[in-house]
Ligand binder design. Sequence first.
Ligand SMILES: C[S@@+](CC[C@H](N)C(=O)[O-])C[C@H]1O[C@@H](n2cnc3c(N)ncnc32)[C@H](O)[C@@H]1O
Length: 238
Amino acid sequence: MEPEYQMNIGFVARVMKNFGVRELILVNPPELTGEAYKFAMHAKDVLENAKIVTTLDEALKMVDVAVGTTGVSGKVYLPERTPISPEEFAKRSFLYSGKIGIFFGRESKGLSNDELEKMDFTVTIPTSEEYPIMNLSHAVAVVLYEVYKQKIKAETSTEENRHLRKATREEKDILVRYWSELLETLNYPKDPIRRKYYTIMFRRVIGRSFIYAREIYSLYGPLRLAMEKIKRCENDKH
Ligand SMILES: C[S@@+](CC[C@H](N)C(=O)[O-])C[C@H]1O[C@@H](n2cnc3c(N)ncnc32)[C@H](O)[C@@H]1O
């Protein structure tokens, strides 16, 4: 919102790209000069693609959820300045569908109470009481870092879930079938009724275990290989 310094605009673009965020909306900025591009470093594309609007209302229309940020959470009760932490916000951000716009204020006077009133809620980064107000681009970095951390967490947990998925009944049945085929190939035990009994026991053991899919797949291989080797030996004998 009405950024004043080219250096900060450049730094904001840079941290945005660092944390995988690319849509920058500048409300009534100064004309961008080479200095902003210089500080953006490898995030010049973020600046080139920035949408420029003249009023806060125009920017608000472009998002579904508007989050204000302020370093001044107010010593007296001001509803528009009652904040949540960036971490809390980052955790909640995954509950919303639609576009979330995080609004940062002017270097000189931040966002006014009237502007904060238009936001759905406000985020304040906990800082030292001695000097709570951060540099604009530093504040952007902290908020985006928190969102990025939650994003990684969400991605890793789905990745882990994929690997730690419990084996399905069908996957267990395949393992039992391989086991039974191996016993048949070995002709072990010789008595077919006992062979069947061995297979039932194997099914019970697998059924009782909370075996993961990746574990069951690692058991398929040796059983199949053993079966193939025995068959090959039998053929060589003949
Ligand atoms: C330099 S600050 C503005 C300072 C201004 N004097 C004021 O009173 O708000 C520029 C912007 O950085 C963000 N900011 C700075 N410190 C912050 C903090 N502790 N928590 C959240 N945002 C902060 C806000 O968006 C703020 O409008």
